[in-house]
Design a protein around this ligand. Structure first.
Ligand code: APR
Length: 229
């Protein structure tokens, strides 16, 4: 069986109504990264940061997985442990579509991290009113999101998977942010075939054996049909 690693970015959730970061009307159009997505921003003005993520967490209730998420869940039902989805996304749309083998390298909106005891707790409501940690009781919770300058989660498991995969597929990411943007070259160096599925060419398109342009909601189901044929 082919071992497959799929990397997803904001583009896979765009058709569900979740804004991307760098497209026109993207999140970084309306907010400066340094005001909402760095540890320094949180130290400087935690309320601004908490409200930014509270709004995104609340917006999750109003969106649903799209055909691209469902196609990857379908692929997992066929490939089982031979498929791993590594996502940069902090939404829960992969899981809501039925995917279980998902690594959130940039954290999750539906999780809070305690700066006092380090515990990560499932969290579905706001954080701006300074609730206490369910584990240690300290009022020290922050969004469980990896900010610029912080180390992403699960890097060892991700590189183990890149080393042993036969096929690396990147869906809906601009290739602007490392370390994720470097995965294609690592996978290729280990001998994997590499494929990009994106609305438009990304900053890393040249590193892929093949790059297909179009909306994920069309490209991903078609690619899964092809792989399972
Ligand atoms: N289908 C496929 N691709 C799409 C679609 C779509 N419907 N809509 C947009 N795209 C593509 C865009 O062309 C772009 O290349 O998705 C990509 C989105 O890029 P970004 O907004 O930069 O998002 P992403 O690559 O996930 O950002 C990486 O940067 O801001 C940080 O931590 C944040 O995880 C994020 C990381």
């Amino acid at each position: 069986m082919t071992k497959v690693v799929v990397l997803t970015g904001a583009g896979i959730s765009a058709e569900s109504g979740v804004p991307t970061f760098r497209d026109a009307d993207g999140l970084w159009e309306g907010h400066a990264v340094e005001d909402v997505a760095t540890p320094q921003a949180f130290d400087r003005d935690p309320l601004v940061v908490q409200r930014f993520y509270d709004a995104r967490r609340a917006a999750l209730l109003g969106v649903e997985p799209n055909p691209a998420h469902h196609a990857l869940a379908r692929l997992e039902r066929s490939l089982g442990d031979d498929l791993l989805v590594v996502t940069q996304n902090i939404d829960d749309l992969h899981e809501r579509a039925g995917s279980t083998r998902v690594l959130h390298m940039h954290g999750e909106l539906l999780s809070a991290q305690c700066r006092a005891c380090g515990t990560r707790s499932r969290w579905e409501v706001g954080l701006h009113d300074d609730p206490v940690c369910p584990h240690c009781g300290a009022a020290a919770l922050r969004p469980d999101v990896v900010w610029f300058g912080e180390v992403p989660y699960e890097m060892d498991r991700i590189f183990d998977a890149l080393e042993s995969c036969d096929l690396f597929v990147s869906i809906g990411t601009s290739g602007a942010v490392y370390p994720a943007a470097g995965f294609v070259r690592a996978a290729r160096a280990y001998g994997a075939r590499t494929l990009e599925l994106n609305l438009q060419p990304s900053e890393g398109s040249l590193f892929f054996h093949e790059s297909r342009q179009g909306p994920a909601g069309l490209l991903v189901p078609a690619w899964v049909d092809e792989l399972l044929a």
